[in-house]
Ligand binder design. Structure first.
Ligand SMILES: CC(C)(COP(=O)(O)OP(=O)(O)OC[C@H]1O[C@@H](n2cnc3c(N)ncnc32)[C@H](O)[C@@H]1O)[C@@H](O)C(=O)NCCC(=O)NCCS
Ligand SMILES: Nc1ncnc2c1ncn2[C@@H]1O[C@H](COP(=O)(O)OP(=O)(O)OP(=O)(O)O)[C@@H](O)[C@H]1O
Length: 294
């Protein structure tokens, strides 16, 4: 061992550590990405009065142990079944409690805990089958089990608008295998990258691709069907004009942001699914060298 090697810390990275790192990185990258219409980003708080970038970062970092625990639970159980669903549900609720403790009661990442928690567990179950569609399908199978220990919940905002408008929300998006991520966002991310636009514009395009179709219950709750239609048609217009890297696309993105701020509409569900997109995108490049033997 030479002197330099002796000074290097011994890295012992487990699969669960790595998945938790990816989940937290995805949340931080999502929060930092700018300019996002209506959402918290580097420029400000978007349509929110109780959220800011520092709070989003603190919340993301506080969730690391929860994502790690969900991945470990999946590794220990080894298969998608009712017991794993119960365990992931319990850990997800603990994660929500930790989020609320760190943020002093503000909902920064409820939908993200749900999506990234399921995906972390699904990835940990089979570390040699990490293609986005494979991971999303395992997550869907897990989401289809009933969370038997879930408390009889107060009527959430999402549940209220799903009933009112007959749309599907965060639960069904997961149960369907995250179609907004697998069929919209990841293909758009690949197309924009292939067109040679910068990474930040490619990620914004991926967010817009989600917004073109999603029944985002955050938007529906705050701004009704008019807000949802504004979000979807505005996102379509930006992409049709050439996306966020083009001058016309940028102009339409500013218009979309202005309209969404006027309606107080914030696409929080789309933001969560962008984080899920960034997680699956990193995952598909395979395990880091230290984990290669797993
Ligand atoms: C299924 C969840 C997301 C609750 O959904 P519900 O729509 O009832 O709740 P709520 O309106 O409070 O939050 C929904 C969240 O999903 C995001 N979201 C909104 N619309 C969508 C959509 N169409 N697709 C995906 N995500 C969306 C939003 O950002 C929001 O934060 C989940 O948090 C849950 O079941 N919580 C109970 C505790 C639990 O079982 N936890 C285990 C987690 S593994
Ligand atoms: N960058 C971001 N900016 C804003 N919201 C985000 C961002 N990233 C993710 N989100 C999601 O948006 C949700 C916040 O939405 P919202 O404020 O509408 O929720 P709420 O507190 O339940 O409702 P309301 O504030 O309308 O009473 C969070 O749960 C989070 O998952």
């Amino acid at each position: 061992m030479n002197a330099l090697t002796a000074l290097q810390p011994q890295l012992s990275l487990s699969l669960a550590d790595w998945l938790a790192d990816l989940a937290v990185d995805a949340l931080i990258d999502e929060a930092d990405l700018s300019p996002k219409p209506g959402l918290v980003d580097r420029r400000g708080s978007g349509a929110h009065t109780d959220l800011h970038l520092g709070l989003m970062h603190a919340s993301a970092l506080a969730l690391w142990p929860s994502f790690k625990a969900m991945a470990e639970a999946a590794q220990q159980r080894g298969e998608v079944d009712q017991q794993l669903r119960d365990e992931v549900g319990r850990l997800g609720r603990d994660g929500e409690a930790e989020m609320l403790r760190v943020t002093d009661g503000v909902n920064t990442h409820r939908g993200a805990i749900w999506a990234l928690g399921l995906l972390s567990a699904a990835a940990a179950l089979e570390s040699d089958a990490l293609a986005p569609a494979q991971v999303a399908l395992r997550a869907a199978r897990l989401a289809l089990f009933n969370d038997r220990a879930a408390p009889v919940a107060a009527d959430s905002h999402g549940a209220q608008v799903c009933r009112l408008y007959g749309v599907h929300g965060a639960r069904e998006e997961a149960q369907l295998g995250f179609p907004a991520v697998v069929q919209q966002a990841l293909p758009q991310l690949a197309r924009s990258r292939a067109a040679g636009v910068g990474e930040q514009s490619a990620r914004l395009d991926a967010l817009l691709a989600i917004m073109t179709q999603l029944a985002d219950t955050c938007v529906l709750y705050r701004a009704g069907m008019a807000g949802l239609t504004c979000m979807q048609s505005g996102a379509r217009a930006v992409l049709a004009a050439g996306g966020c890297a083009s001058l016309d696309g940028r102009r339409l993105l500013r218009e979309l942001e202005r309209d969404m701020l006027r309606l107080r509409a914030s696409p929080g569900g789309a933001a969560d699914l962008l984080a899920a997109t960034l997680f699956l995108d990193r995952l598909q490049h395979g395990l880091p060298a230290q984990l290669g033997s797993l």
